[in-house]
Design a binder for this molecule. Structure first.
Ligand code: NDP
Length: 286
């Protein structure tokens, strides 16, 4: 049984992770969950999963959660930003899903790396902000860094087996990232002047959290994905268009012999999540 901690369990990636775990109770055991202040959803997850620990960054929300749950002796409720760091390094956890959005995810992501965990990294912002620090922490603690972001996971699946974090993968000339164009693909420049956050979040292919949806609509997400620390030292981003996103995660590995390897799939985050949870074994069905 692989012990799993899910940081950001109330978010889109977090819930998809729990969905994959729920389909494979014989392989995975949920040890702890953590979020910011969504008391109602965390309470629901605690009742369903009975994890040993649940952490909320917001201390007022954590008190509210404790009151709401009454006696739930199987789950210890922890409060404050440091509680996320604490659950990221629990000895009973083999695997940590880092799915807290934005800069708030950095400390707990680093903690999981320093504790030598198998780190499932959805929070690519950590790499963009502190790539060298994170890679060094992974290296020195002997942690394993596995990419969850769909582009990075697709690249990872196309890389040769002897590729290592932080070094140029042998035989790879360039990495191609594809883009669907998102909700604004066919909008005129004039129409874009009146775009709303709701329109930005209505991605035609992906159901995601609001921040990454907006980042996808503005293509800022591609900038993060192709940033040098995030995309490995071999990557030189060159976008290709694929409206359906079937090829969104199809990344060419422009290998030196001239061939291109691609990973194709439906736009469903459970695919990269299941792949990384099971790696190096075969992905479980989702
Ligand atoms: P959501 O907005 O859906 O969820 C964000 C999660 O982070 C929630 O659990 C939220 O808790 C928690 N959180 C927010 N602020 C804090 C804080 N200050 N302290 C602790 N926890 C906090 O985001 P997504 O699931 O969409 O994205 C998560 C990460 O995965 C991001 O880094 C994103 O770039 C990346 N990603 C997402 C993809 C997707 O399909 N959604 C695809 C690829 C990458 P609460 O609910 O309590 O506020």
């Amino acid at each position: 049984m692989i012990g799993v901690v899910v940081l950001g369990s109330t978010g889109s990636v977090g819930e998809n992770t729990l969905d994959v775990l729920a389909r494979h109770p014989d392989r995975f055991r949920l040890v702890a969950i953590g979020a910011n202040r969504n008391v109602a959803k965390l309470a629901e997850q605690i009742r369903r999963w009975r994890p040993a620990y649940a952490a909320l960054a917001d201390e007022t929300a954590a008190r509210e959660l404790t009151e709401m749950l009454g006696a739930a002796p199987q789950t210890r409720i922890l409060a404050g930003e440091s509680s996320l760091v604490e659950i990221a390094a629990l000895p009973e956890a083999d695997c940590v899903m880092a799915a807290i959005v934005g800069g708030a995810g950095l400390r707990s992501t680093l903690a999981a790396a320093r504790a030598g965990k198998r780190l499932l990294l959805a929070n690519k912002e950590s790499l963009v902000m502190a790539g060298p620090l994170l890679i060094e922490a992974v290296r020195s603690a002997g942690a394993v860094l596995l990419p969850i972001d769909s582009e990075h996971n697709a690249i990872f699946q196309c890389l040769p087996p002897n590729a290592r974090v932080g070094s140029a993968p042998p035989g790879v000339r360039r990495v191609l990232l594809t883009a669907s164009g998102g909700p604004f693909r066919d909008w005129t420049r004039e129409a874009l002047e009146t775009a709303t956050p709701e329109a930005a979040c209505a991605h035609p292919n992906w159901v995601m959290g609001r921040k990454i949806s907006v980042d996808s609509a503005t293509l800022m997400n591609k900038v993060s994905s192709s940033s040098r620390p995030a995309c490995s030292s071999a990557a030189s981003g060159a976008d290709r268009s694929c409206r359906s996103s079937a090829e969104h995660r199809a990344l060419g590995r422009g290998v030196l012999d001239g061939s291109v390897l691609a990973q194709l799939g439906s736009p469903d985050m459970r695919t990269p999540i299941a792949h990384a949870l099971a790696w190096p074994s075969e992905s479980p069905p989702v």
